[in-house]
Design a binder for this molecule. Structure first.
Ligand SMILES: Cc1cc2nc3c(=O)[nH]c(=O)nc-3n(C[C@H](O)[C@H](O)[C@H](O)COP(=O)(O)OP(=O)(O)OC[C@H]3O[C@@H](n4cnc5c(N)ncnc54)[C@H](O)[C@@H]3O)c2cc1C
Length: 356
């Protein structure tokens, strides 16, 4: 999966019909036994049995037509910056949209970009063209396809705000263009979640900034703030929980509430609720997916007990059979320790303003 690691393509290594067929559809773009612990931002996960990384939109169409004609299960991956993979790995075919699909074109204030472009590179290209409107995305790791799917952004903005339309490839391999309204963008949500289509590109409308240097200056300010606030040196997946508006109004954002519950620095196995920002879980030392899920479950249950509010996870869990679900749903299904004091580093002090 290029850009993150460079395994050798597996052409000709004779491991079955599926691999040979995919290799014929996407020459040089098929990978076998990719260690997800080296690919995912959390550095967690067993091997992905087979990964195909199309380099053109027509290759995406051909792969989807093939997969649908065989009724094969598959999962779509960008840069895996928002995903928690199972320790067992991934049994189903992974279709990776990455740097091989990274075309970008500016026409006045309109931009067409393919979905595999790296988001900070997309933001830099916009700055170079003096276009304003996506500065908030400049520090978000991941591909543009992943960003659109998650309607990602920062400073309470989402990329969907600037979309004219999104082009995807359907399960049966046809191209489909949806207007912004049809994409159903909401806070960190879009219709593409769970749809099974592959986003291959999008058109955007930005506004001409005063100058390329002013757009760049704004981006540098945003990057500086992110560097100060967020853990950077230890593997993590960004914010774990999405903000719950009602909880926000009464108690504040998830990080502040988790911190006030005394959970900052809580450790389980190799995973830890970041001592820098409590809405981040960091992989301190060879964490397993189960460690991270348990911490998600403990944080969620403690916050529910103290505030009455449920926090939903922004990060998603990918099961070995390729089901992608918000990670808190998987965490709920696990056996979470009854008492937070059963987990190392828990400091559940009484907190003024929160129910005890
Ligand atoms: C350090 C750090 C900081 C972060 N900060 C932010 C932030 O400020 N704001 C924010 O919103 N997010 C943030 N994130 C989360 C993450 O970067 C974004 O959600 C990102 O846009 C996901 O892109 P990706 O390519 O990695 O997608 P992945 O993690 O690979 O996938 C995420 C989802 O998108 C789907 N998907 C991916 N590509 C496609 C495609 N081409 N077509 C259809 N579906 C697709 C996947 O199936 C999956 O459901 C952060 C993550 C990290 C590690």
């Amino acid at each position: 999966m290029e850009g993150i690691m460079k395994p050798e393509p597996v052409a000709g290594e004779g491991s079955g019909e599926l691999q040979r067929d995919l290799e014929a559809l996407v020459p040089g773009g098929v990978y076998r036994d990719v260690p997800l612990s080296r690919v995912s931002r959390w550095r967690v996960g067993g091997p992905a049995r087979l990964v195909v990384a199309p380099g053109t939109i027509s290759q995406v169409q051909r792969v989807m037509a093939y997969v649908s004609s065989r009724g094969l299960p598959y999962v779509v991956l960008g840069s895996s910056t928002n995903l928690l993979f199972a320790d067992e790995g991934l049994e189903v075919l992974a279709i990776h949209i990455g740097a091989r699909l990274g075309g970008f074109r500016v026409e006045g204030a309109r931009v067409w970009s393919e979905a595999g472009i790296w988001v900070p590179a997309f933001a830099r290209q916009l700055a170079r063209a003096g276009l304003s409107g996506a500065e908030h995305t400049c520090g978000i790791p991941g591909t543009l396809g992943g960003l659109i799917c998650m309607n990602g952004g920062s400073q309470r903005k989402g990329i969907g705000d600037r979309v004219i339309d999104v082009t995807s490839v359907t399960k049966t391999g046809e191209k489909r263009v949806r207007t912004r309204e049809e994409c159903g963008f909401q806070y960190r949500r879009s219709i593409f979640q769970g749809l099974g289509e592959i986003i291959v590109g999008a058109r955007f409308r930005f506004v001409a900034g005063p100058s390329p240097s002013s757009v760049r200056k704004e981006m540098l300010t945003i990057l500086g703030e992110r560097r100060r606030k967020f853990p950077r040196k230890v593997p993590n997946c960004g914010s774990v929980f999405v903000s719950n508006p009602a909880m926000y109004a009464q108690y504040g954002p998830p990080g502040a509430v988790i911190e006030r519950c005394g959970l900052k620095g809580m450790r389980l196995g190799g995973a830890m609720i970041s001592p820098l920002h409590a809405n981040f879980i960091v992989n301190q030392d060879q964490a397993r997916a189960a460690d991270i899920l348990t911490l998600i479950g403990v944080a969620r249950r403690t916050v529910r007990e103290r505030t009455g509010y449920d926090m939903a996870a922004e990060v998603c869990y990918v099961s070995p059979i390729g089901e992608i679900t918000p990670a808190h749903l998987k965490a709920e299904a696990l056996c979470v320790p009854e008492s937070v004091s059963e987990v190392n580093g828990a400091d559940p002090k009484p907190v003024p303003g929160l129910n005890q």
